[in-house]
Design a protein around this ligand. Sequence first.
Ligand code: TIU
Length: 248
Amino acid sequence: MSETATTPTAPLAVSARPYDFTFDPATTALVVIDMQRDFLEPGGFGESLGNDVSQLRSTIQPLQAVLAAVRAAGLTVIHTREGHLPDLSDLPPAKLHRGDAALRIGDLGPKGRILIRGEYGQDIIDELAPVDGEYVIDKPGKGAFYATAFGDVLAEKGITSLVVAGVTTEVCVHTTVREANDRGFECLVLSDCVGSYFPEFQRVALEMVAAQGGIFGWVAPSADFLAALASPAPAADSTVPAPAVTAS
Ligand code: TIU
């Protein structure tokens, strides 16, 4: 197959913190965490916890651009949705009862039952709707690996690197990146495509990923990832490590 701008040559390098992130598009997945109405729109779970949901909306536009680019480049795309079964059988009492939420998980809100699978509010926002061929992983926890087929999908597809976006940075994004790191995946977090209800948590959560020589992974703005994806030339003198990947 001839090379074009939309068929990148591996390995590619992203200018990132704490140092360049190299990746092979064939073994890299874009993971979009929980971009659901329940977290980004009024009347959902995020607002019921007392949060200003408008804080997360700056992620939408850059993430749309990233989705368009990775779709054109043919990368694996995996969306996740936090949520529970209608009978709440997968909802630990600790998660149900914690805090003083105005509406609890399973209660009826303006967009359906809060954080329940199949409800309008639990689905992904229109702006970032999955397209045919993309995976959607429903997860009961904060991390994408816990009680899901996420690890199996990654193993089946031969994925070793994850480019991570979504919400919230210090909760489901961090939990997933930490779980992925322990399973041997290389993770790049896109700083403008992850969002927090708390600006100070956003800043610190990103620092925590890249500190100590990249203790959990790498951090870069999406523009630098897009530049790497569009670059026709392989990264100089770099090889993509092949970590041991254990399906959960
Ligand atoms: N509350 C909060 O910040 N996040 C969550 O409950 N879930 C996700 O981060 N998706």
